[in-house]
Design a protein around this ligand. Sequence first.
Ligand code: GLU
Length: 465
Amino acid sequence: MNNKKEIRTRYAPSPTGYLHIGGARTALFCFLFAKHNNGKFIFRLEDTDVARNVENGEKSQLENLSWLGIEPDESPINPNPKYGKYRQSEKLERYLLVANQMIENNLAYIAYDSPKELEQQKKEQESKGIFSFRYDRNWLKISDEEKERRFKNKEYSIRVSLPKNKDYQWDDLVRGKIIVNSDEIGDWVIIKSDGYPTYNFAVVIDDHDMDISHVLRGEEHITNTPKQLAIYDLLNWNPPKFGHLTIITNMEGKKLSKRDLSLFQFIEDYKKQGYIPEAIFNFLSLLGWTSPDSKEIMDKNELISKFDYKRLSKSPSKFDIQKMNWFSKKYMQNKDDDELISKLNFEEIENYEWKKIFVETFKQSCSTINEMQTSLNMFKKDLQPIEKYENEVVTVFIEQLKIRDFNVDSIQEAINKTKEITKKNGKELFMPIRLATTNLEHGPELAKTIFLFGKNKIYKRLGII
Ligand code: GLU
């Protein structure tokens, strides 16, 4: 029906770091949810913490999302002017305007507290056993003269004036009904003394200005949601629907910490390693979500058509790098040979047939382009001649190899013939030939690997020439 409101979701990172697995997963779920409902996925920036912003933070977030295949419909570089600015740093006047309107309507007030006085209030509350600080409006009572002095010195902030004993509730898309009372929150700062809005205030204005219909974000924001609902309520605005995604943990069940260096946690790292982006897209979609048919390998279109927020998990999801490698390998196997050829550095190797056989063979066993490159480099090195090989299989194989052409089919024939003559098979057949020819214990298809080393190197190693 036409009068149904458009679904609009958003991912709103702070450019204080690069795209993290957790952020990428949030962005992905917002993207899938929007696309499933023919809606829009928006990227905007919470960049008011200027001191913590990293250089190129915005650019790198957008580039990494795009590498994963998550393309926003609107962003700071592709804005829809109807919805205002997509960077908070460009909306400061807008936040102040709303804050001032709230002051005029007695929904907010100027609080003239110095940090020292607030500290004192906090201590007093703690001595009474109240540990989550609630501003008690005590400092509204300070003298007019003192207020004036502090106003001139910009020693004040703006706080929201919350009603007493009011319940804020929402039906969380992941967790169901949640209720928080205003008395548990207290009047919180909406504009800081430096004139910048706080996150909880700015985010409400942004979501409202951009007509956001659904907010999916990390569970660390659950305690922020009632604060945000209070602003919607005071301003008579319609809130979006909220859903809070559970945490991602490491294999030991501990929340992923950005400081844990034993695990790559930034999408950039995976890009550098040459992972297949479609595989990461697929892998991330299963971090806290399952398909109704329990299928695992699904491309973007299939995921879009299947994504249903009702299947978002209520328990934490484990980040399993082995699984990620498995996904990457599966996608590698389906990659077009020429695309892979274009990503590898063959240096002096020009023979297209050789490249093709290499890629066909190694895409079966590699998870990343870097792994494939390492295998490729192995063929560029010389093979040491074997000193002596007293093994029947090897002796017969050398005889059979010698009398044939050097191509994949005839090498295979030589292996088959060796099997026939020696009556050996399986490991007893392959292992000695593999070691004698390539000096490796394991590897992909034997005939192809021998071929890839080339006649010259293999003959020299086996002492045929
Ligand atoms: N910048 C916040 C974050 O990255 C956004 C939170 C939200 O989605 O409201 O956690």
